[in-house]
Design a protein around this ligand. Structure first.
Ligand code: SF4
Length: 319
């Protein structure tokens, strides 16, 4: 059944069908409609990987895309980055390695969490040519906005912000209410789609590389996160320079360098997202238990790092 926001359906219905010795990447979307097709055609503009590919929708509403497999696991860029996967490489080594290995626009998306603050510190102090951007959902904690300001003042920079489409937010609030995300998992994912995922698509438009603050020990769902990999959906190299760090190591590195961090961390908020969807941890709870706490699913994600099959996109190392 098609829903009003077919972009959401399209994204979740997308299936990457990799075959052995394939020369093409086939993407399909079932039960999509014309607006989803327009959405996908816009994505072609965002990703050089899909430029020049053929896009068509058959009478049954299935979108078929054939694109040259321009890059992927085994790609030279990933092979070069693999040498920085070992624990002896510093964060700066890893970020500089990305700059050297991946020509083109590189984007680091920060939510101002403690990992992101450490990565931003190394980018700003090292004057690395990596754009630092944030997704302002409009529902962040006041302390997060305060930290955003402090970070810009500390490093003398302006962090680029990406915002939800105002008409999409208005339609969602009209239909579901201002806090409709509490009513169902689908409503929550739809809100994350409008406020986070769609702005992320714009933030990464034309980017060749994407830096994130993911760590493998943040949750069971993130346990498979590794250093560098190919994000087939977005057509770029995805790097997690802190993939093998513990939270304690990140906190110690921030303290050592006097990196500004969110005051909420000291109040039991280890993972901080939107204010209505984040609570402080109770004793003994895992790091991300305070996110969407009313949902029972352990693998709770907002969609930023989730692939078309609904699973976490892991930054796999090159084969
Ligand atoms: S975390 Fe909550 S408020 Fe923020 S985008 Fe997702 S559902 Fe909406």
């Amino acid at each position: 059944m098609l829903r009003r926001n077919s972009h959401v359906i399209f994204r979740r219905a997308l299936i990457a069908d990799r075959q052995e010795d394939i020369s093409h990447l086939h993407l399909f979307a079932a039960r999509a409609d014309a607006s989803a097709l327009r959405f996908y055609r816009r994505r072609k503009e965002y990703s050089s990987n899909f430029q020049g590919c053929a896009t068509a929708m058959d009478g049954g509403g299935t979108i078929r895309v054939e694109a040259p497999l321009a890059a992927g696991e085994g790609d030279d860029r990933l092979v070069r980055l693999r040498s920085l996967e070992g624990s002896s490489a510093t964060v700066t080594d890893r970020l500089a390695g990305l700059v050297a290995a991946v020509p083109g626009r590189l984007v680091f998306t920060t939510s101002f969490g403690i990992e992101d603050q450490l990565i931003a510190h190394f980018i700003f102090t090292g004057e690395l040519p990596i754009e630092v951007a944030t997704l302002d959902t409009g529902r962040l904690f006041p302390s997060t906005y305060k930290l955003w300001q402090e970070t810009e003042e500390r490093y003398g920079v302006r962090i680029r912000s990406w915002h939800p489409d105002a008409s999409a937010v208005a339609a969602m609030v009209r239909d579901s209410g201002i806090n409709g995300f509490y009513h169902s998992r689908d409503a929550r994912l739809a809100c994350c789609e409008v406020r986070k995922v769609a702005p992320l698509v714009r933030a990464l438009a034309g980017a060749a590389g994407w830096v994130t603050g993911l760590r493998a020990d943040q949750s069971g769902g993130r346990a498979g996160v590794s250093f560098a990999g190919w994000d087939a959906e977005r057509g770029l190299v995805k790097l997690a320079p802190l993939f093998d760090w513990t939270r304690e190591r990140v906190a110690a590195a921030c303290a050592e360098r006097d990196v500004p961090v969110n005051a909420l961390h000291a109040q039991g908020f280890l993972s901080i997202g939107c204010e209505p969807c984040t609570r402080a941890l109770k004793p003994g709870e895992p790091e991300r238990a305070g996110r969407w706490w009313w949902e029972q699913d352990e693998a709770k994600e907002c969609g930023l790092h989730v692939g078309p099959d609904g699973r976490l996109v892991r930054a796999r190392a090159a084969a």
